[in-house]
Design a protein around this ligand. Structure first.
Ligand code: ADP
Ligand code: NI
Length: 214
């Protein structure tokens, strides 16, 4: 392993030592592994993919008064401190600034192969068995009910309504998780998403059966 990657891993682990479960070091490690897995087929730049995957959640705006600049700033300062080339830093920062689901509501002008790979890897961690676990962890943290048949899922057309919803956690499946399969950028990402998507559909089928006492 490149020494600069090891340094980045050490920095991220230390920085996220007290992070909540949805965005802890293990989320980063899964995204990093999945991004490397996808990149074996997609042939992006290994270093850009690695830095972007490792640093993409270094400071969550949700826990920083909504400030979306803190994360990219911390990532850029760290990469500079270990003397990464400025052109690589600039690319990694553009990826981090543009890849999150809530930012997909904005008109994004930036894309690159590496951006597509890391974005796919991050989205894949929101679906399937892990995605289900993360959704209920988030819902528990926010004190949301599991499900309420009276509250129908909404289609969020803006970043604000998506961020401010207080709907039951099951609604999140219809508002985000089940949409991600068709938002994959890479073919390798699509293949993995398909399997995880089917698993969520099966999960929901059981959930509603059990809800009815069956
Ligand atoms: P992103 O960083 O892509 O914008 P978030 O930080 O909003 O994503 O989401 C982090 C994790 O929490 C994901 O697994 C996501 O599905 C989950 N999550 C986000 N919003 C909700 C919600 N309203 N209900 C349940 N889970 C949620
Ligand atoms: Ni993430």
């Amino acid at each position: 392993m490149q020494p600069s990657i090891q340094k980045t891993i050490d920095f991220v682990k230390k920085t996220l030592a007290n992070a909540e479960a949805g965005h802890d070091w293990f989320h980063i490690e899964r995204v990093y592994k999945t991004a490397q897995n996808i990149n074996q087929k997609e042939n992006g730049d290994d270093l850009v993919v690695a830095y972007a995957a490792l640093l993409h959640d270094i400071a969550d705006p949700k826990f920083n008064d909504g400030d979306e600049k803190i994360g990219p700033n911390i990532a850029a300062a760290f990469l500079k401190s270990i003397e990464v080339d400025q052109s690589i830093i600039d690319h990694v920062i553009l990826i981090i600034e543009n890849m999150s689901f809530k930012n997909s509501f904005d008109q994004n002008s930036f894309t690159s192969r590496e951006m597509q790979i890391v974005q796919d890897a991050d989205r894949l961690d929101a679906i399937g068995a892990i995605g289900i676990a993360r959704a209920f962890t988030y819902g528990g943290f926010k004190n949301r009910v599991l499900y309420d048949p009276e509250i129908k899922p909404e289609q969020h057309l803006s970043k604000e309504t998506y961020k401010n919803t207080t709907a039951p956690t099951i609604n999140h499946f219809y508002e985000k998780l089940l949409l991600l399969k068709d938002m994959m950028n890479t073919n390798a990402g699509k293949d993995i998403a398909e399997e995880r998507h089917q698993f969520m559909l099966l999960y929901l089928k059981h959930f509603f059966n059990e809800w009815e006492g069956n």
